[in-house]
Write a protein of this length. Structure first.
Length: 384
């Protein structure tokens, strides 16, 4: 099968057809027809790139013929050839968008060769553009279908997370509740101690569950932002008050906070509280003696609030300071056994902070403590 472009020449003068075919058969696969009806049959059976049509033909002139069939063969490039200097015909041919050119007989071989080359290139460009458009539309359809499937999957994940959270929390709350009743009624100290361990481990399991659910919500982009006005000093005090029994009673680690009581912020309070809680918990976990300091202040531009959590703990090597923000990663795999935790805290913290348009950095050296600094916008509009 020839891969040469296919040309059709329709002319009621056989000698013109023969001359054209002899002249251009080397470069093109040339089809000829002595009437519009013959030409129509060739157009219907062959992939014609260019059709040259004589203007003066019996029954129907070339321009009328092209105008009648142009919508049926929208990719074909049409050229009208005429031996008459008919100005009206020239104007009509030029005004027809389907026509590439108007050639007057007798045509010059070199000029015709250039015209044919340009016309075929125009056809090939037209076909390629059409192919690319169809490919684009097909890809857009696939993308739309993929997005719809992803939305359905995310919806299913959301439902699963809600059900999973409910189904696990319910028995855990029952365990804690019944264990608390049992502790109140226990008469022996060692029994109370065992029950306390049961209650504490239940809370630890609940905390781990909440971390896994939050991490899953983050990775599936199901976290929504809600804004309210609140005080950084207020949330820091609430965090420490809730953890006073666990942290502040430890006399070997001193806690201090430095926050302007009048400072306020309009942002997602719950997410900032969650991020700050996890960072503070991390500081106390890895600090055996010394201090944990928390501060919050306006940035130099006044557009952000900068939170800082500084400790005198074991520190983090420089090469591990990026790894600790990845899910399920800790500075050392042995830390999980020694200090507990699932390696999700700092991943959740950074994800929530970045979700709010902020950023977090870590400054640390082994044995010299660690400072986490994160900033969030002082004001974000609803629907941010």
């Amino acid at each position: 099968m020839s891969d040469r472009p296919k040309l059709l020449y329709i002319d009621d003068e056989p000698e013109n057809l023969v001359g054209f075919k002899v002249s251009f058969s080397k470069d093109y696969e040339v089809f000829t027809a002595e009437s519009a009806s013959q030409g129509m049959k060739i157009l219907e059976t062959e992939e014609i790139a260019l059709a040259l049509v004589d203007f003066k033909m019996p029954k129907e002139d070339g321009i009328s013929f092209i105008e009648r069939i142009k919508d049926q063969f929208e990719d074909v490039v049409f050229i009208v050839i005429s031996g008459y200097a008919d100005l009206d015909a020239v104007i009509k041919a030029i005004n027809m968008n389907c026509l590439k050119n108007f050639i007057q007989k007798p045509w010059n071989y070199n000029e015709m060769r250039i015209v044919l080359k340009n016309a075929v290139e125009s056809y090939q460009i037209r076909k390629e553009n059409k192919r690319l458009l169809e490919l684009l539309m097909e890809n857009n359809k696939k993308l739309q279908e993929s997005m719809e499937r992803e939305m359905k999957l995310n919806e299913l994940k959301s439902v699963f997370l809600r059900n999973f959270s409910h189904e696990i929390r319910t028995p855990l709350n029952a365990i804690v509740g019944f264990a608390s009743i049992a502790r109140d009624e226990a008469n022996q100290d060692h029994v109370k101690t065992l029950i306390d361990h049961c209650i504490q481990n239940s809370y630890d399991l609940l905390k781990m569950l909440e971390s896994i659910i939050m991490a899953s919500a983050i990775t599936t982009e199901q976290v929504q932002i809600t804004t309210e006005e609140f005080s950084p000093a207020g949330i820091i005090n609430d965090i420490l008050e809730a953890r006073s029994a666990k942290y502040l009673n430890n006399s070997s680690v001193k806690f201090s906070a430095s926050v302007n009581e009048k400072l306020t912020i309009v942002n997602d309070k719950d997410k900032i509280v969650t991020a700050l809680e996890l960072i503070i918990d991390n500081a106390f976990k890895f600090t055996h003696k010394g201090y944990v300091k928390v501060s919050a202040e306006e940035s130099s531009t006044g557009e952000e609030i900068v939170f800082k959590v500084e400790d005198s703990g074991i520190g983090i090597s420089h090469e591990m300071q990026e790894i600790i923000f990845k899910p399920f990663r800790q500075c050392d795999e042995s830390f999980g056994r020694q200090y507990g935790g699932n390696g999700l805290g700092l991943f959740i913290s950074r994800s929530l902070i970045e979700l709010l348009g902020g950023k977090i950095t870590c400054e640390s050296e082994p044995g010299k403590g660690t400072t986490f600094i994160f900033s969030v916008k002082k004001f974000i509009a609803p629907g941010f």
